[in-house]
Design a protein around this ligand. Structure first.
Ligand SMILES: Nc1nc2c(ncn2[C@@H]2O[C@H](COP(=O)(O)OP(=O)(O)OP(=O)(O)O)[C@@H](O)[C@H]2O)c(=O)[nH]1
Ligand SMILES: [Zn+2]
Length: 290
């Protein structure tokens, strides 16, 4: 009998696979994967078969939609990008860079403004205003506000948290998975430890077909290995206006640019565009050879 499921954890050659109903199976991988240099990854959709009584083997790995390196997870649908209303204050350029890194991995961002209890949703309004092209929701891990909405958004998906230290990732995860009881600050400590030891990432089950990684992902500090010309692809608010005169227009120095016109007409958020220019200047124009 074949069973379809998702790998939620991999330890020392064993893979733990959840089926739809939430039954967990301990499996080995078929030898042929090793021969073909394929390593099953957490997040993989797999078919398992029972070779002998109670001995399950991963028989098939379905094609991956994407694959994160850090943490190593396949098929991530959503990045829950968390910012705080206050403590720490939102760094908009950091948020922009984080979103670029998320979109570059073909992951859909969900911007979560946490701690709305601390400023009556004022920061939420600012973020909604600038990031209207994305899904933006306000939540409070303290009062529980917005948690049902967040659950709706991640239902049936694999999600990974992203965001600076102290924004409330661990606290939100505890709200989404009652009984988890991670200490605040716990989620990032996992990465710290991971730098020195073998990191084990685990998908936590948050409902039917719904998983959240216990380790946050995506760098918000730097964009690596990207040339200036690539940056514009990760600004979805530009797409409708890229009827520029010059093919490959970067929407900065070029004349007759549709994006610049849209910024002037207030159709594209001015602050986002100004920071786009700033980030553009920080990226190299050409590959650096050494
Ligand atoms: N008032 C208020 N405080 C919150 C809320 N969410 C989290 N906090 C507090 O913010 C602090 C940081 O929360 P964490 O959940 O540890 O944040 P984190 O993003 O996991 O931080 P790192 O693990 O360092 O990356 C803690 O003191 C929490 O109690 C909220 O919605 N409202
Ligand atoms: Zn242009």
């Amino acid at each position: 009998m074949e069973i379809n499921g998702v790998i939620v954890k991999a330890i020392a050659g064993f893979y733990y696979v959840y089926d739809r109903e939430g039954t967990i199976y301990e499996c080995k991988a078929r030898g042929v994967f090793r021969k073909d240099d394929i390593t099953p990854l957490v997040g993989d959709n797999v078919t398992i078969v029972e070779k002998a009584k109670g001995a399950y083997v991963i028989d098939k790995i379905l094609p991956r939609r994407n694959q994160l390196i850090r943490p190593p997870i396949a098929n991530v649908d959503t990045a829950i990008v968390v910012v705080a209303s206050v403590f720490p204050e939102v760094s908009f350029i950091t948020l922009d860079k984080l979103l670029v890194n998320v979109l570059r991995e073909k992951v859909k961002p969900l911007i979560c403004v946490n701690k709305v209890d601390l400023d009556n949703g004022k920061t939420l309004e600012v973020v909604k205003n600038q990031y209207g092209i994305f899904e933006v929701i306000g939540v409070s891990a303290k009062t529980g506000e917005g948690m049902e909405k967040l659950k709706e958004h991640i239902k049936g998906k694999i999600s990974v948290f992203a965001g600076q230290s102290g924004v409330g990732k661990t606290s939100i995860l505890n709200c989404l998975i009652p009984g988890l009881n991670l200490k605040v600050g716990e989620i990032s400590k996992k990465i710290e430890r991971g730098r020195h030891t073998t990191r084990v990432v685990e998908l936590l089950r948050a409902g039917e077909d719904t998983y959240i990684a216990d380790t946050p992902g995506f760098s918000s500090i730097e964009i690596t290995g990207m040339l200036k010309d690539e940056l514009k692809y990760y600004y979805p608010e530009f797409y409708d206006y890229e009827n520029c005169k010059f093919p490959g227009c970067n929407h900065i120095f070029e004349p007759e640019c549709g994006v610049k016109a849209a910024v002037n007409d207030r159709k594209i958020n001015f602050e986002r565009y100004e920071r786009y220019k700033q980030i553009f200047m920080q990226l190299p124009a050409q590959k650096e050879y050494d």
